[in-house]
Write a protein that binds this ligand. Structure first.
Ligand code: ADP
Ligand code: MG
Length: 236
């Protein structure tokens, strides 16, 4: 127990001491929990991609992020590693309810994110679930209350927030919008606004997409605080 407390304080100190001016190229050189480090190593992730190098240290330190990098550049780990570490640093346990919510515009992308989460999160005791429809609401509902991390599509998540009375989201620590430009576009607008209404405004928020979202109205809707723009441009 004491040892665990010391490890935790040590990790927190190392995260705060990250020098953002000195790029970290290997996962082993990032201050990460042993569980996340082992999950990454098991999955054979060794060096960080450009968006991961730029985004992960800033996200670990707690900032909101607006991240942009083309498809295939490794955005999934750029948010999943900070999500796991956020819960570690908050000393989240399996009994603490929903700590992280990851939104995706499609079921297929949500499933892909969930699979990567299961791989790199395998040594954590957090519970994780998918909320993408396809099963009965009742079936999903029964598992929801126990989940620490959810990967969802906006429509299905809103259905639960509107209908599942016992579903608590007040302690949410971190919200991720993957393919944020697609989630924030007109088609989803009212759903996303209604969803955001349910979520606590004090939280960390990470947005990632292939193109930079700079619409001021979107940033206002999301209650971002001093977001850091992180983008990777292709070589001209
Ligand atoms: P994006 O979301 O930007 O389109 P993904 O997160 O789906 O990109 O990653 C694209 C591919 O790159 C995946 O096959 C993933 O496993 C791989 N990948 C991601 N990060 C790394 C890394 N640090 N080292 C090696 N491969 C990686
Ligand atoms: Mg992606």
């Amino acid at each position: 127990r004491k040892r665990q407390e010391e490890d935790h304080a040590d990790l927190e100190t190392k995260v705060q001491a990250i020098d953002l001016a000195a790029p970290i190229t290997n996962f082993v050189d990032l201050p990460l929990s042993k569980a996340t480090a082992a999950g990454l190593a098991d999955s054979h992730f060794k060096t960080l991609t450009a968006i991961q190098q730029k985004g992960i240290p800033i996200a670990l330190k707690g900032s909101d992020i607006l991240g942009a990098a083309k498809t295939g550049s490794g955005k999934t780990l750029a948010f999943l590693v900070p999500v796991l570490e956020k819960l570690v640093l908050k000393k989240w346990t399996e009994f603490d309810g929903l700590g992280a919510l990851i939104m995706s515009p499609t079921r297929e992308l949500a499933i892909q994110i969930f699979e990567v989460l299961r791989k790199i999160g395998r040594y954590h005791s957090f519970s994780a679930g998918l909320v993408i429809g396809g099963k009965s609401l009742q079936e999903e509902r029964e598992r929801l209350g126990r989940m620490n991390i959810l990967v969802c599509t906006p429509g299905r998540m809103l259905q639960h927030l509107d209908q599942t009375a016992a579903f608590e989201v007040d302690d949410l620590q971190i919200l991720v919008l993957d393919e944020a430009d697609r989630i924030l576009d007109m088609g989803f607008q009212s759903t996303v606004d209604a969803l955001l209404d349910h979520l606590p405004k004090t939280r960390q928020t990470l947005l990632f997409s292939a193109t930079q979202t700079k619409r001021v109205s979107d940033l206002a809707r999301l209650n971002l605080k001093d977001p850091v723009y992180v983008s990777v441009h292709e070589d001209a």
